[in-house]
Design a protein around this ligand. Structure first.
Ligand code: INI
Length: 153
């Protein structure tokens, strides 16, 4: 049996992050958590590219552009969709998460689903570092782990 090696060494990796401005008070925190964690895993600041888009609905398109550019080892999509703020919550959730999932499943490079879906701003803030840790950090870790795993195959 051969078991593939897992590693959290991000040295030399080029990472793209797409982040939605909608609910920026939350997504700013996700972004800084992700960047901080990438750097702590060895990714150089100059190798992190960030694109800001209006909302989570725009994330799948820009992430596809990042993937197709072949310039990045992984792509992270960051957003916050809050039910209290919108009547078309379900439309935005389904379109953004479905688009990211479809892109990720193509398996070209790891595409990380970093979209919070919550009922309230408080819940989102808690998951962006106020109480429960910053999920942006977790998603950055997932990106680095998956890049190394893809390289093993
Ligand atoms: N976009 C979000 O990222 N989060 C939301 O909670 C949200 N709400 O509430 O509607 C939201 N809507 C905007 C959407 O993502 C698009 O930017 C817009 O529909 C234009 O395509």
């Amino acid at each position: 049996m051969k078991e593939l090696k897992n590693s959290l060494n991000g040295e030399g990796m080029k990472i793209a992050i797409a982040v939605a401005r909608f609910n920026e008070v939350v997504t700013d925190k996700l972004l800084s958590g992700a960047v901080r964690q990438l750097e702590s895993l060895g990714v150089s600041e100059k190798d992190i590219t960030v694109a800001h888009v209006p909302g989570a609905f725009e994330l799948p398109g820009i992430c596809r552009k990042f993937v197709n550019s072949k310039k990045f080892d992984a792509v992270i999509a960051l957003g916050a969709i809050i039910r209290g703020e919108t009547s078309h919550y379900d439309v935005v959730v389904n379109a953004s998460t479905g688009g990211i999932a479809a892109l990720a499943a193509e398996g070209k490079v790891p595409v990380i689903l970093g979209i919070l879906t919550t009922d309230t701003v408080d819940q989102a803030m808690n998951r962006a570092g106020l109480k429960a840790g910053n999920l942006g950090c977790n998603w950055a870790t997932t990106a680095v782990e998956m890049v190394n795993l893809y390289k093993e195959i």
